[in-house]
Ligand binder design. Structure first.
Ligand SMILES: Nc1ncnc2c1ncn2[C@@H]1O[C@H](COP(=O)(O)OP(=O)(O)O)[C@@H](O)[C@H]1O
Ligand SMILES: CC(C)(COP(=O)(O)O)[C@@H](O)C(=O)NCCC(=O)O
Ligand SMILES: [K+]
Length: 257
């Protein structure tokens, strides 16, 4: 009974096919498609897969995109299931004022992060950073409580905003420099240090709150751009959301079929 996981962000749909709906299961195949191209999945990449028997996904890109993904899922005989952020699940409690309004990708990533922390030693706080269309920086204490998190624009959105809101700035392909001396480098460095600074700030808040160093987990399509500029020790991972979906599936009622 193979298990399909899907993570629909505002830029790309990421998917993975696992051998079973449980943590530690083998990842048989995976891929990522920009949202403009997801209508070809059933004819293309998914057509070559062994049929999954169950799926679980999270989707933050709106109902219309989710519907388009469900049309592709019609290729197989399975019921689409989508995560809604809960007040608590898999040992993580949701401190949001309105728990269901927390982005389901953030919720699922924190569940994946919590499982990683517990698998690697005694309970510790965790800082979960996802660098996608937006950047999110979410804090978990050593008991698995989600304390709160930051949302800021990702690289693409920042540069687009600079371009559309000014007369003299064009989207650059600059380098990150400590003392930038041209517009392209100034924009690229400003965006990068803006994100890196937010991470460092939240890290400081979490150390102050919990009195111990958190595990720092970074993921998302643009995490590699940020990694060289992050002074704090971090783990880079592509599968945090997938791992959270496996945890949720194992804790839920998917095992029946
Ligand atoms: N193939 C790529 N080439 C360059 N940048 C990419 C690529 N894929 C993703 N990115 C960067 O990562 C961001 C999207 O990451 P992703 O994790 O797919 O976001 P989301 O979860 O919001 O869909 C883009 O804004 C872009 O900066
Ligand atoms: C913050 C997000 C836009 C991140 O989206 P992404 O960068 O993954 O496309 C998404 O998690 C979202 O729409 N969240 C709902 C609002 C919230 O979490 O408070
Ligand atoms: K995401």
């Amino acid at each position: 009974m193979s298990f399909l996981v899907i993570d629909i962000g505002n830029t790309r749909l990421k998917w993975g096919l696992y051998a079973a709906p449980r943590p530690g299961a083998e990842l048989l195949a995976h891929g990522a498609s920009f949202l403009e191209t997801i209508d070809r999945l059933a004819d293309d990449e998914w057509a070559r897969l062994p049929p999954p028997t169950h799926m679980l996904g999270c989707a933050v890109a709106g109902l219309a995109v989710r519907r388009r993904a469900e049309e592709q899922l019609d290729l197989w005989d399975l019921e689409p299931r989508w995560v809604v952020s809960q007040p608590a699940a898999c040992g993580v409690t949701n401190g949001y004022d309105h728990p269901a309004r927390l982005g389901s990708d953030r919720w699922v990533a924190m569940i994946g992060a919590r499982a990683r922390v517990l698998a690697s030693g005694p309970p510790r706080p965790a800082l979960v950073v996802m660098v996608g269309t937006a950047v999110t920086v979410d804090a978990l204490d050593a008991e698995g409580r989600f304390l709160g998190g930051l949302i800021l624009p990702g690289f693409g959105l920042m540069l687009k905003a600079m371009e559309s809101g000014t007369a003299g700035l064009k989207v650059p392909t600059g380098e990150v420099r400590e003392f930038p001396t041209n517009t392209s480098d100034a924009l690229m460095s400003g965006g990068t240090y803006g994100i890196a600074g937010a991470i460092e700030r939240m890290h400081r808040h979490l150390v102050q709150r919990c009195g111990e160093l958190p595990v720092l987990l970074m993921s998302g399509g643009a995490a590699v751009k940020l990694a060289p500029e992050t002074d704090l020790p971090f783990e880079l991972t592509d599968t945090l959301v997938f791992e959270g979906l496996l945890q949720l599936a194992a804790a839920g009622s998917l095992q029946g079929g």
